[in-house]
Design a binder for this molecule. Structure first.
Ligand SMILES: Nc1nc2c(c(=O)[nH]1)N[C@H]1C(S)=C(S)[C@@H](COP(=O)(O)O)O[C@H]1N2
Ligand SMILES: [Mo]
Length: 414
């Protein structure tokens, strides 16, 4: 399925490959030559009255009505408006939320994290203690493994990127590496797993292989330059870069080291993937490579012929995104998109692709490949291996149908 990118000749002599490889200036030139924009009059005059005063806290321009979409209450979630965002960072107040028993109010002065089990020195860390260790800051996406179910089972055309895939966001996370804490408590060489338990009423608990703790796990207390938001686990959460959202236990209160998994409710009755052959995938931690075009996408429309910037996000729990290909004809021909810097491991990556719309019906698709060579599957491929009974890990390609009137609908490939 990994066909070679196409060299596609445009009527004005520019090849798509050259355009993609070229600079923004080349694209700008192509646009100018087409002169798609009205060339009218002078710039608007500057404001005469003096502006508002400086404030202690900033706020969005009132015209920018960015909102999460909320579903449910205590057992609830809210979705990031992917179609309204630029770059790769999700503003903290728009980071998606998923709570199994609401957002607890935890006093940071009362907060404690117990680390015990197969360790030499069982220890209780308060927040101040956690902050005395060397801090690390890294950009990582988080994604609920249930994200994208409405692009797999009940595929309706009137769905925005937020509704289809809004259970993923990216923040810069700051905290202490779990490996640092493991050395501090002297974890036993025979310990192979640890239990991570949350301090909310859900008592969310997951078993995590210890290799992840030595690799890149952290206890995060910072998000985008400030303390975690309450809904992201204030004052501290477990962060397991690239692993399904559920294992990133919020309001973390206890880590217990052992030589076996704990088989908790959250990893036996839930967060397993039933397969067509009657067995189930357990401990399916890693989020596989995925991408979605966020513009143009429903409910926005393509409002005229000529050049458009097709853009979206790609990410992989296994490392860096190595390429994203875009098709405008439903997956018959593919061309490479530009990956915007920075391209970071286990992080949203912004891709862009110049596309000249000639008014014909089009089917826009994106396909992510990560640095391990893993290629995002088609819907048919994913359904073949996972069947229809699964509730998690829907990383199949998404498609947007552009109709002759410029309206865009969520759709299936082919
Ligand atoms: N303690 C606790 N941790 C939790 C949850 C929870 O309900 N309680 N929800 C999990 C799920 S299902 C997801 S997808 C992520 C969501 O993290 P976020 O709300 O910061 O986006 O947190 C996980 N950690
Ligand atoms: Mo989740």
């Amino acid at each position: 399925m990994n066909d070679q990118p196409h060299e596609r000749r445009e009527p004005d002599g520019l090849t798509r490959r050259r355009l993609v490889a070229g600079t923004a200036a080349a694209i700008g030139l192509a646009m100018l030559r087409r002169s798609a924009f009205p060339q009218t009059g002078p710039a608007p005059p500057p404001s005469r009255p003096l502006g508002g005063t400086a404030t202690v806290l900033g706020a969005r321009a009132p015209q920018e009505k960015l909102q999460r979409i909320v579903f449910g209450t205590m057992h609830g979630m809210s979705l990031t408006p992917l179609q309204d965002l630029h770059g790769i960072i999700t503003p903290s107040d728009l980071h998606y939320e998923r709570h199994h028993a609401g957002v607890p109010a935890i006093d940071p002065h009362e907060y404690k994290l117990l680390i015990h089990g197969m360790v030499d020195r069982p220890t209780v860390f308060d927040l101040e203690a956690l902050k005395r260790f060397p801090a690390v800051s890294r950009f990582h996406f988080l994604e609920c493994s249930g994200n994208g179910s409405s692009g797999y089972t009940d595929v309706r055309p009137d769905q925005s990127p937020q509704v289809v895939d809004g259970l993923t966001s990216t923040s810069e996370w700051t905290g202490v590496s779990l490996s640092t804490l493991l050395r501090e408590v002297g974890v036993h060489p025979r310990a192979t797993w640890f239990l991570a338990e949350g301090g909310d009423a859900a008592l969310m608990a997951r078993s995590i292989p210890i290799a992840k703790a030595w690799d890149d796990a952290m206890i995060a207390y910072g998000q985008n330059g400030e303390a975690l938001r309450p809904e992201q686990g204030y004052p501290a959460r477990l962060l397991l870069p690239g692993w399904e959202g559920n294992t990133n236990v919020k309001w973390i209160r206890r880590l217990e080291f052992a030589d076996r998994p704990f088989m908790t409710r959250d990893e036996t009755s839930k967060y397993t993937d039933p397969l067509p052959n009657g067995t189930a995938r357990m401990f399916s931690f890693v989020m596989d490579a995925k991408s979605i075009i966020t513009s143009p996408a429903y409910p926005a429309a393509v409002t005229g012929h000529g050049w458009w910037d097709v853009t979206g996000l790609a990410w992989s729990g296994r490392g860096r995104i190595s390429r994203v290909d875009v098709s405008t004809d439903g997956g018959t021909r593919w061309s490479p998109a530009v990956l915007e810097q920075p391209v970071l491991p286990k992080c949203h990556t912004r891709f862009t692709f110049p596309w000249k719309w000639d008014g014909a019906e089009a089917l826009l698709m994106s396909r992510a490949t990560d640095e391990t060579g893993y290629v995002q599957p088609t819907l048919a491929e994913l359904r073949r291996v996972r069947g229809l009974g699964t509730n998690y890990h829907f990383n199949n390609m998404r498609a947007w149908r552009v109709r002759r009137d410029g309206s865009v609908l969520f759709g299936l490939e082919g």
